[in-house]
Design a protein around this ligand. Structure first.
Ligand code: GLU
Length: 473
């Protein structure tokens, strides 16, 4: 029988969770869920120098926002499983035990080289333009009396380490390129490479899914699995994420920021999850919109791509718009609360009309404030803009005539259209001239919804008031 799938996300709390980090978490989550497996959240906090206060809370909040909830491990309240604790700094006895076991088998050793001698050897190698690869043979010949306070290094055996990546296939590394790296530091803390392997084994992780920046250390991990006589997991390295130009690694400017920033900017979690899932995976069809359930259903490692993924914010904006339009009006009104003034809710019916009008044009929830404010605040009108198609004298005449005819007109789409087109004929001008002037007079903008729609939402009284304002200036 196949072992049940267990994946994990193993962040180090070194700050906020960026796009790359959540993409990794999502893929590990999707793979576990698509196999009725278990998704574990483990904290790799043994590098005390890189520890950032509040980093853990930040990670949890980010995953929680997107609905990437672990089955086991670190959470607001730890999610209990049979493999805890899930925080590496609480697991020191495990690392000690395995490191000592390797020493007793002659596969690792207490290293007595001083930091000064170590630095000296490295300098020599640099001067001689040779790679610096530390080996047991470089240890001081004289052994100290006690191993107290000494770090433990792995004694890399001769040979070659071969490992298989589910996305990229086989990799081979000659062991003479691997240094006898420290597995347990003098203070009893493990190094990343060691703790990562011990924990993935003890937590029965079947698939190690992570970013491709870890490819270079995987040979060391593979070797450790063998020396410790652990069964190797499957490795799945996800492609790098490039910025929109498709050339450089994604940077802060391209949007590689705290993922919670996207929430603040009015991106929906469904859109974010959908977008992240397509950063390095597709289902082989043209389909672009996937719900979380669908992603779980369709996700497969075979379709994780080798080639870099491109972070295209325009695609995210498009997707977000699609998800916004899937919301019911009342859901959308609720979601807009953090983004628009609370006074706008005092007339919910009116607000609803405005939202229905602007919904098509929303890319993010944050766009709503700008798009909708023309319906709540009398906009300033730039005379230069207003007079782009004719003189102010003529435009004032048109506006006054419009007011006169609107007074008589019932406010429906059809009647408004009929009245205004009649006026165009009467004034002997072009439709575009009149409609442009009216649009600017009513909204101050060239980009706005359809003219009749604007009038219908504003209502006769407000429409006339705004036109009057311009006409009488
Ligand atoms: N702690 C590593 C990180 O910060 C985890 C790497 C891995 O998933 O093996 O990403």
């Amino acid at each position: 029988m196949n072992k049940s799938v267990r994946t994990r996300f193993a962040p180090s709390p070194t700050g906020m969770l960026h796009v790359g980090g959540v993409r990794t978490a999502l893929f590990a989550y999707l793979y576990a869920k698509s196999h009725d497996g278990t998704f574990v959240l483990r904290l790799e906090d043994t590098d005390r120098e890189r520890f950032v206060e509040g980093g853990v809370e930040q990670i949890i909040k980010s995953l929680d926002w997107l609905g990437i909830h672990p089955d086991e491990g670190v959470w607001y309240e730890e999610k209990q499983g049979n493999h805890g604790p899930y925080i590496q700094s609480k697991r020191l006895p495990h690392y000690k035990k395995y490191a000592e076991e390797l020493v007793s088998k002659g596969l690792a050793y207490y290293s007595s080289i001083t930091p000064e001698s170590f630095a000296g050897l490295r300098e020599e190698a640099i001067q001689a333009k040779r790679p610096f690869v530390y080996k047991y043979s470089m240890e001081p010949k004289e052994k100290p009396n006690s191993t107290e306070g000494l770090p433990i290094r792995l004694k890399i055996p001769y040979g070659e380490t071969e490992w298989h990546d589910e996305v990229r296939g086989i990799s081979k590394t000659p062991n003479n390129l691997l240094d006898d790296f420290v597995i347990l530091k003098a203070d009893g803390f493990p190094t990343y490479n060691f703790a990562n392997v011990i924990d993935d084994h003890l937590m029965e992780i079947t698939h190690v899914i992570r970013g491709d920046e870890f490819i270079s250390t995987t040979a060391k991990h593979a070797l450790l699995y063998d020396l410790l006589e652990f069964e190797r997991p499957s490795w799945v390295h996800l492609p790098v994420i490039l910025g929109p130009d498709g050339k450089k690694k994604m940077s802060k400017r391209d949007g590689d920021v705290d993922v919670l920033e996207f929430e603040k900017k009015g991106y929906l979690k469904q859109a974010m999850v959908n977008f992240l899932a397509l950063l390095g995976w597709n289902d082989g069809s043209e389909q672009e919109i996937f719900s979380l359930e669908e992603l779980i259903d369709k996700f497969s490692i075979e379709r994780v791509q080798k080639s870099p993924a491109v972070f295209d914010i325009a695609r995210l904006d498009w997707m977000n718009g699609e998800y916004i339009r899937k919301l019911s009006i009342s859901e959308l009104l609720d979601m807009l609360k953090p983004f628009i003034p609370s006074e706008w809710y005092s007339d919910r019916e009116y607000l609803q009309k405005v939202v229905m009008l602007d919904r098509e044009r929303l890319k993010t929830l944050a766009d709503a404030r700008y798009l909708m404010e023309i319906f709540f605040e009398t906009p300033n009108v730039d005379i230069k803009l207003l007079t782009q198609k004719d003189s102010i004298e003529n435009i004032k005449v048109w506006l006054q005539k419009t007011i006169d005819s609107l007074e008589e007109t019932e406010f429906t789409h059809d009647t408004l259209e009929k009245t205004l087109r009649q006026l165009v004929t009467e004034l002997d001008i072009k439709t575009g001239q009149l409609f442009y002037a009216l649009r600017i007079a009513l909204t101050g903008r060239t980009e706005a919804p359809g003219l009749f729609d604007i009038m219908l939402v504003l209502g006769k009284e407000e429409t006339v008031r705004r036109l009057n304002r311009e006409a009488l200036q």
